[in-house]
Structures are given as C-alpha cells and as structure tokens.
Design a protein around this ligand. Sequence first.
Ligand code: ZN
Length: 138
Amino acid sequence: MELSHIEHLGIAVKSLETAIPYYEEILGLKCYAIEEVKDQKVKTAFFKIGQTKIELLESTDPEGTISKFIEKKGEGIHHIAFSVKDGVQNALCELEGKGIKLIDKAPRKGAEGLDIAFLHPKSTIGVLTELCENPNEK
Ligand code: ZN
C-alpha cells in the first residue's frame, strides 16, 4: 500500500451555515462544493488548500454518525483521509491481512465520486481513518 497525500480532513460541525463563513471570511478559503451524501446521512462542504481538502460534515439525521460524534466529543476533527495509489480494495486486503479492523470491507462511493473506505479507530490509535482514491485519476 502506498499513500500519496492527505486527501482531506473531515471536520464535524453542527451547522454548515455557521461554519462556512469562518472558513471563507476568516481563513480566506473558498467553498467550492456543497454535496449531500445520503448514504452517510451528511451534508458536506468542501474547501481546498494545496492538494488537500477540508470536508465539513453536518449531520442530516439525529441518529447519524456525525450527530453521535458531536454529542460525545463536540465539534472538531472527525477523520483523516489518505489518498492511496493502486486501489482502495488492494489497500483494504493488505491492511486486513495485517490485523487492522475495517469498517468497510469493500470500497463505497463517497462525496465527489471517490472510492472510499474507513478503518476502525480501535486499530488506528484513535484516529478514524479513511482511504480514498479518485477513480478518474487512475
Ligand atoms: Zn471523508
């Protein structure tokens, strides 16, 4: 498995409407996309800084994982996403072979059409970790 860069940081927020102005007006970044990912019960807002993105996550469901996360830990960094070369599926197989607990045994579609999969934070020293690959950049 080879990681190429940090694709994005996922940040849990209570409200995109409140969070976006901070990133735009204070940090001077530009929100270039807002997308709902129904599957994950979130609405996302994206900013780009270098080749890394910031993905703000607002829950669309009180039972969703982002709601639960904010309830437990408050707003803040939710996950780190690494871009992998040679396929998310290959990386998952390799990691599972090394005893890493997987949340997703196979890649699924995330925001921006990326192939994504999550590793379990119990196996990643407390950091919810996402692997992703842009199928259009293969
Ligand atoms: Zn993510």
